[in-house]
Design a protein around this ligand. Structure first.
Ligand SMILES: NC(=O)c1ccc[n+]([C@@H]2O[C@H](COP(=O)([O-])OP(=O)(O)OC[C@H]3O[C@@H](n4cnc5c(N)ncnc54)[C@H](O)[C@@H]3O)[C@@H](O)[C@H]2O)c1
Length: 313
C-alpha cells in the first residue's frame, strides 16, 4: 500500500490480536518486515496458542514483506532477547520496536493478590523494559531506532486495576526517560495511549451504562456518539504508530499520544502547580507544613478526588 517503511525491520509484541495486530499489519503495509511476537493468551494472561501469531505472519506476508513469529512471553527477559535476535538474524537489523502486548486482571487494591500484581506488572512494565533493553544496543550501534510503547489512560489513576495503571505509568516513565537516554543516538522513544474496540475493552455493559446515563440526562448524548466512533477496530489509528516509526518522525521524541479513530492528542508531563518554600534554614516542622497546606497556598484549586463516603442511613 505504501513504502514509507520499505527496508525497515520491526519487532511488534502482542501482535497476534487487537492493537498489536493492527500495528504489525500497518507496518507491513508500509513495507517493513515484521517479527510477530505473541504468546496467544487470554485477556487475563492465561493459556497460550500459536495460531494468532501465525495468522498475522500470513497477513503481513500478503503485503510482500518478510514476517516470522515468536511465541515467547514478553515478561521473560530471555524470550525478549530471542525475539530481538530473531529480527537481527533473519532480517539483518532491528529498526522498529513496538511494545504492545498486554493483559488485564482487574481487582480493587484490597483484594488484589500478589500474583495478580506481579503478573500484570511483569507483562506490561517488565515486558517493555525487556524489549527496550535488548533492542537498544543494536539501535545504538546503527545510530537509528524507533521505539513505540503502549500506555493507557489508566496511567493517571482511576480505580479497579491499579496493577495495570501503575504498570502503564511505569511505561510512560520508560518512554520519557528512554527518549532522553537514547535520543542522542538517533533513536526516538514515544508512546501511544489508545482507545479501541478489542477483546480487552469490548464490554457491552459499559455502553449500556452510558446509554442509561444519557437517557437520565446525566450525560450529554455527544459522549455516546463519540464513544461509538472511538470504540472501533484499532486499524483505524494503526497508521499513527507507523508514522512514528517512519523517517518523517525523526524529530518526534519522548512524547505520549492519545490515539483513537477520531483524535490524536499529545499529553504534557506532570508539572508543579503550587509551591511552598521553607521559610527557615532548618528542616520543615509539622507546623510549617500545616501553614503551607492551605487553599491559599499548596491546596489552591484542589478538589479531593474521593472524599469519605457519607455514613449509611
Ligand atoms: N483496547 C484499548 O482500548 C486499550 C486502551 C488502553 C491501552 N491498551 C493497551 O493496548 C495493548 C493491546 O491491547 P488490546 O486491547 O489489543 O488487547 P488484546 O487482548 O486484543 O491483545 C493483547 C495481545 O497481547 C498478547 N500478550 C499478552 N500477554 C503476552 C505475553 N506475556 N507475551 C506475549 N504476548 C502477550 C495477547 O496474546 C494478545 O494477542 C495492551 O498493552 C493494552 O493494555 C488498550
Amino acid at each position: 500500500m505504501g513504502d514509507k517503511l520499505k527496508g525497515r525491520n520491526a519487532v511488534v509484541t502482542g501482535a497476534g490480536r487487537g492493537i498489536g495486530k493492527a500495528i504489525a499489519v500497518a507496518l507491513a503495509e508500509e513495507g517493513a518486515n515484521v517479527v510477530v511476537c505473541d504468546i496467544g493468551g487470554a485477556v487475563d494472561g492465561s493459556g497460550g496458542d500459536k495460531t494468532p501469531a501465525d495468522q498475522v505472519v500470513d497477513e503481513c506476508k500478503k503485503h510482500g514483506v518478510k514476517a516470522i513469529a515468536q511465541y515467547g512471553d514478553v515478561s521473560k527477559f530471555a524470550d525478549a532477547e530471542a525475539a530481538v535476535k530473531a529480527c537481527v538474524e533473519n532480517f539483518g537489523r532491528i529498526d522498529i520496536l513496538c511494545n504492545i502486548a498486554g493483559i488485564d486482571k482487574p481487582k480493587m487494591i484490597w483484594n488484589m493478590t500478589e500474583q495478580e500484581w506481579d503478573q500484570v506488572v511483569g507483562v506490561h512494565l517488565k515486558g517493555t523494559f525487556n524489549f527496550m533493553r535488548n533492542a537498544a544496543p543494536f539501535m545504538r550501534e546503527q545510530k537509528f531506532g524507533r521505539i513505540i510503547n503502549c500506555t493507557s489512560e489508566a496511567w493517571m489513576g482511576g480505580t479497579t486495576h491499579l496493577n495495570y495503571g501503575a504498570a502503564k505509568a511505569g511505561i510512560t516513565t520508560l518512554t520519557w526517560g528512554g527518549a532522553q537516554e537514547l535520543g542522542p543516538a538517533g533513536i526516538t522513544v514515544n508512546a501511544i495511549c489508545p482507545r479501541a474496540k478489542t477483546r480487552m475493552t469490548d464490554d457491552p455493559k459499559v455502553r449500556e451504562m452510558v446509554v442509561k446515563r444519557v437517557e437520565k440526562g446525566l450525560m450529554d448524548p455527544s459522549v455516546l456518539k463519540r464513544m461509538d466512533r472511538e470504540m472501533v477496530d484499532p486499524s483505524a489509528f494503526a497508521k499513527i504508530a507507523a508514522f512514528l516509526a517512519s523517517d518523517d518522525a525523526a524529530l518526534v521524541n519522548g512524547q505520549v499520544f492519545l490515539t483513537t479513530a477520531i483524535t490524536i492528542a499529545r499529553y504534557s508531563k506532570p508539572a508543579e502547580i503550587t509551591k511552598a518554600e521553607n521559610p527557615t534554614e532548618g528542616p520543615w516542622t509539622m507546623d510549617m507544613v500545616k501553614a503551607a497546606m492551605t487553599p491559599a497556598q499548596l491546596l489552591k484549586d484542589y478538589v479531593n478526588p474521593a472524599p469519605p463516603a457519607p455514613p449509611k442511613a
